[in-house]
Design a protein around this ligand. Structure first.
Ligand SMILES: Cc1cc2nc3c(=O)[nH]c(=O)nc-3n(C[C@H](O)[C@H](O)[C@H](O)COP(=O)(O)O)c2cc1C
Length: 261
């Protein structure tokens, strides 16, 4: 597709892309307020510390060649330790680093400006030791805060995920959301690109961790943003959903099913 064909077929995308093509953030003086915004935490919510999960032992070569989308899951309970490993690999803290008098934590993914704009929320339907409900992952504490204990009706989940009923059978549905201001405070509208790119890093880590642990996962782009954000209780003035994933134990026939969307 030529530039003009892209512009004519998708004027909205083209306008965004073209208008964020020459943002010279590294050549401009930094904004006055240079302090990164913190990750979202709600100390009043009940907290479940996560165990140290199993180590991922497959080689990168093996993982890259065996990863695939899984769309059928067996009934059963997902072990909490396995979920802990998946979350740690996806967006957990990798290490602490001293920078002058400050301590920085880095994550398992690269992040534009090390600002980590993403949040990971789970709809847990059947996880060992967790009541059904909505949980928010806190990477710094490696813990889950319970946003609400609720059994979400399967029919409502299927509606939220645009009729993809096989995916909503999974014991866990993960949702990545973005707190846009964290990155866009520094990078302006071009930061929007960085946030989407980072979401891809997180999901790839999550997919590979699932593969290594014998779990199935399927990334999901098809959902109703506003309704899903409402179910998760996101602070919608600052944050919006970007990407979702079904996680569970793969049925024998579950891998490489024809995609629904
Ligand atoms: C951004 C994105 C959105 C996707 N959304 C869906 C989805 O809504 N439903 C689905 O069944 N698969 C979805 N997939 C999975 C793709 O269909 C799948 O990756 C593709 O068919 C290639 O198959 P593989 O992952 O097994 O290699 C999505 C993948 C990506 C990267």
């Amino acid at each position: 597709m030529t530039t003009s064909a892209f512009r004519d077929a998708h004027p909205l995308s083209w306008a965004f892309h073209a208008n964020t093509a020459r943002f010279a953030h590294n050549a401009e003086p930094p904004p006055e307020d240079v302090w990164p915004d913190p990750a979202r935490e709600a100390p009043e919510l009940p907290l479940t510390p996560l165990p140290t999960g199993p180590v991922l032992t497959m080689t990168l070569d093996e993982l890259l060649h065996s990863r695939c989308s899984c769309r059928q899951f067996t009934a059963g309970t997902l072990p909490l330790a396995a979920l802990a490993s998946v979350l740690q690999a996806a967006y957990g803290v990798a290490r602490q680093e001293a920078y002058g008098r400050l301590d920085f934590t880095t994550r398992t993914v690269p992040s534009g400006g090390a600002l980590y704009p993403l949040e990971l929320t789970l709809i847990c339907r059947q996880v060992e030791g967790l009541a059904s409900g909505v949980y928010h992952y806190l990477p710094g504490l490696h813990a889950l805060e319970c946003v609400k204990a609720v059994v979400v009706p399967a029919a409502f989940l299927t509606y939220l995920f645009m009729g993809q009923s096989q995916l909503t059978q999974a014991p866990v549905l993960g949702v990545l959301s973005a707190a846009f201001g964290r990155t866009m405070k520094k990078y302006g509208d071009r930061g929007y690109r960085y946030i989407l790119l980072e979401a891809g890093h997180v999901m790839q880590n999550l997919n590979l961790a699932c593969t290594s642990l014998g779990l199935g996962s399927c990334n999901i782009g098809g959902f109703f943003d506003d309704e899903l954000a409402g179910l998760l209780g996101l602070p919608v003035a600052q944050e919006a959903v970007l990407y979702a994933v079904a996680i569970g134990m793969p049925a024998a026939t579950g891998r490489q099913q024809q995609r629904d969307l």
